[in-house]
Design a protein around this ligand. Sequence first.
Ligand SMILES: [Zn+2]
Length: 126
Amino acid sequence: MAKIIGSNKLVSDFICPQCAKSVTCGIGFRAGDVANIQYKLGDKVTWNNALTWPEKRPLDGTFSTIGYFECENLHCTSWQDCFPQVQEVLIYIENDCLIKAVPCRYKPEQLDYTVLRVDDDMGVFT
Ligand SMILES: [Zn+2]
C-alpha cells in the first residue's frame, strides 16, 4: 500500500477543552483525497485521487476520523515550552459531508489519523 503523506485542513470555531476559549483552528485531518485541501463544516470531502484515506471509501461515505489541532490562545495550558500540545478532535463525516468536529481524547501519543465508524464507539475501522 502506498504511503499517504500530509493532511487536509478543517477550519472551524470551537471551544478548546484546555482553556475553554472559543478558538478558530485549522484541524489537520485525512479523509478522501489528501492534498492539503481546506474545508469548513458542511463541505463534502472528495474521492478523486488514486490514493485516498481510508484506502476505500466507507459505505455511504459515512465514518469518523481523528484530527489534530493546536490551540492558538497563547495563554492556554496546552502551551508549554513555547509550543502548543497537539490535541485530538473527532470529526464526523456523513455522506462525505463534514458534519461536526468535537474535541476528544483518544490516543494522544499517536498521530495516526485513525478512521472510526460513527456507530462503532471508538472501535477501529477495518
Ligand atoms: Zn486552548
